[in-house]
Design a protein around this ligand. Structure first.
Ligand SMILES: Nc1nc2c(ncn2[C@@H]2O[C@H](COP(=O)(O)OP(=O)(O)OP(=O)(O)O)[C@@H](O)[C@H]2O)c(=O)[nH]1
Ligand SMILES: [Zn+2]
Length: 318
């Protein structure tokens, strides 16, 4: 039966958009011979450098399977890494939404790491504060987020569960014409937000896990939903939203010292003003960055993270 189908199938070339990744298996929304279809794809050999959001060239190997032959040039690439290897998060995104909530508490360390990753990738970052209906914790959370607002990162307040319509009204204009990745710690309400924006997301996830054979671990893969905002209207703009699995760690071992100092936006006015031209901003005398920390112009929490990330980048083994 399988052989028979294979004999009848004629390999065809086409292009597509990677909408989900699980290990080295990818689901690609492809256009073959003018027809739109979803293909389960692998890469040639052991390559695993494909990311969700990549535009790819492919060849079909059966009516619903294909091989990725080439990756089109990317506009952006977000990734994280540990000591041993890096892990692609998403390609071609134009903005990153970090979802936090009034409750449970979030980690500033993770927010700043995500902001640094976004800066390094040239991607605009926004913070989405969910669960504003939990009023007891709202003021305190706003105060905590003020630090990021002061750095120029927009903070948007929503409540996916208590005020779904208002939440959509806040988020839709921001998503229009953009390719957005949502990240957040577990429990912040990222899935609730995705379900509001993409009402049939659950069905799509089931389809994808069946196609990629992910078993029960449906939340362990990254997936992209195409949004047809105002489809058919004159100002329709293609948009997509990427849901990435909750994470507890966000390693950035791949970033060089030069990339790091530039990824902390508040360091910018001080760069080049240190006594030593190759200053690491760690313990050096007459360091403009350290002086700014002392004068509370740079939050010491952020400088500590810079020190930690610099340390991590020197531990990189690959
Ligand atoms: N009070 C309140 N609760 C919310 C809101 N949005 C989501 N929740 C609740 O917060 C919990 C976590 O929401 P999820 O959407 O599953 O969160 P998540 O970030 O996707 O978490 P993981 O699935 O663990 O990654 C659920 O019990 C939601 O019902 C909100 O606006 N207000
Ligand atoms: Zn310095």
């Amino acid at each position: 039966m399988v052989n028979h189908a294979r004999q009848e199938h004629k390999d065809q070339a086409g292009s597509g958009l990677v909408i989900a990744a699980h290990g080295r298996h990818y689901l690609v929304q492809a256009k073959i011979d003018g027809q739109s279809l979803k293909l389960q794809c692998v890469t040639r050999g052991k390559k695993s450098d494909v990311a969700v959001g990549d535009r790819v060239q492919l060849k079909t190997t059966s009516p619903n399977q294909g091989v990725i032959e080439a990756i089109d040039e990317r506009n952006s690439l977000l990734y994280r890494s540990d000591q041993y290897k890096s892990k692609l998060l998403a390609a071609n995104v134009t903005q990153l939404f970090i979802v936090v909530a009034t409750e449970p508490g979030f980690a500033d360390d993770l927010i700043s790491r995500a902001l640094v990753a976004a800066e390094a990738a040239g991607v605009k970052a926004h913070i989405v504060l969910n669960k504003t209906d939990i009023v007891e914790a709202l003021e305190k959370t706003r105060q905590r987020l003020q630090m990021y607002a002061n750095l120029g990162y927009p903070v948007h307040e929503v409540s996916a569960r208590a005020f779904p319509e208002e939440t959509c009204a806040t988020l839709w204009p921001l998503l229009k014409g953009q390719s957005t990745i949502l990240i957040g710690q577990s429990g912040m309400g990222k899935s609730s937000i995705i379900n509001l924006i993409v009402p049939d997301a659950d069905i799509a996830v089931r389809e994808i896990s069946a196609a990629l054979d992910t078993g029960k671990h449906t939340t362990t893969f990254t997936r992209l939903y195409e949004l047809d905002a105002d489809a058919g209207t004159p100002d329709a703009q293609p948009a997509s939203i990427i849901d990435s699995p909750g994470f507890q760690e966000f390693g950035l071992y791949q970033l060089s010292e030069g990339m790091l100092e530039r990824a902390f936006v508040e360091f910018t006015p001080y760069l080049g003003k240190c006594k030593f031209y190759n200053c690491h901003h760690l313990i050096e005398p007459s360091c403009a960055v350290l002086e700014a920390v002392k004068d509370n112009k740079i939050a010491s929490m952020r400088h500590q993270l810079y020190v930690q990330l610099l340390h991590e980048s020197s531990q990189k083994l690959y």
